[in-house]
Write a protein that binds this ligand. Sequence first.
Ligand SMILES: Nc1ncnc2c1ncn2[C@@H]1O[C@H](COP(=O)(O)OP(=O)(O)OP(=O)(O)O)[C@@H](O)[C@H]1O
Ligand SMILES: [Mg+2]
Length: 260
Amino acid sequence: MNMPPAISFDAVEQVFTGNDGAPIHALSDLSFSVARHEFVSVLGPSGCGKSTLLRLVAGLIAPTGGSVSIFGYPVQEPRDEIGIVFQKPTLLPWYTVINNVTFPMRHKYGRVQAKDTARALQLLDLVGLADFADKRIDELSGGMQQRVGIARALLLDPDILLMDEPFSALDALTRDEMSFELLRIWRDRPKTVLFITHSIPEALLLSDRILVMSERPGSIREEIKVPFERPRTLETLGDPEFTRLANHIRSTLFSKPVAA
Ligand SMILES: Nc1ncnc2c1ncn2[C@@H]1O[C@H](COP(=O)(O)OP(=O)(O)OP(=O)(O)O)[C@@H](O)[C@H]1O
Ligand SMILES: [Mg+2]
């Protein structure tokens, strides 16, 4: 039996109603799927509906048309097997770092076991915050807070990881480091990843496939299969094909669609 895709969008429409009552058409006829354990990035202009797409997978909103499914079942509500790193970290500022990372456990089971705390400390070490476990969130910089959000999303070892520009608040160096770290995590504990970014090199370095979206209302403009062998290294960035694909994607993003 064929396994259904981990994530699938079928002719999804998303229309919001603005404060003034006017409709905002965010997504139009959006169809794509992501196989189990595949790493797919989404690139697209600001406001084209990328965060909306992620919120649909997470079950935080329902589509106004079409359907969104996880392993063949329509998404109806938020589920534990999905880890999310939001564009802005949604942390509890009055909690310590470690209590923020273990929050999903507390929320799900009402308590945190010693092994969960140990795992959380491991994850904090992974994101370079081992020494900050007992600090309060408001004592951390923006980039450090974003890294707490990443550790928290990994705590339940989710099958599906949704990441909304997770590295955008980090400096360039930490960003590269975190990209390779994410590749390592993904290799050691395979997961389906849907990764939103504005960075073309980041998408090329990380993904199996890249979906390039159109301006709002967003739909898929082009799909690119990324050919580089894994594990990817710094050398991958120097591959001439890397530069060629990056230029190609850049021109797709900047060119206006031809009117039908
Ligand atoms: N809850 C909402 N109510 C009304 N309009 C919304 C809502 N959420 C999103 N929108 C609108 O839908 C469109 C897509 O928003 P979305 O946040 O998905 O864009 P994005 O691609 O993530 O942009 P960015 O790259 O800037 O993060 C925007 O025009 C936005 O104003
Ligand atoms: Mg967004």
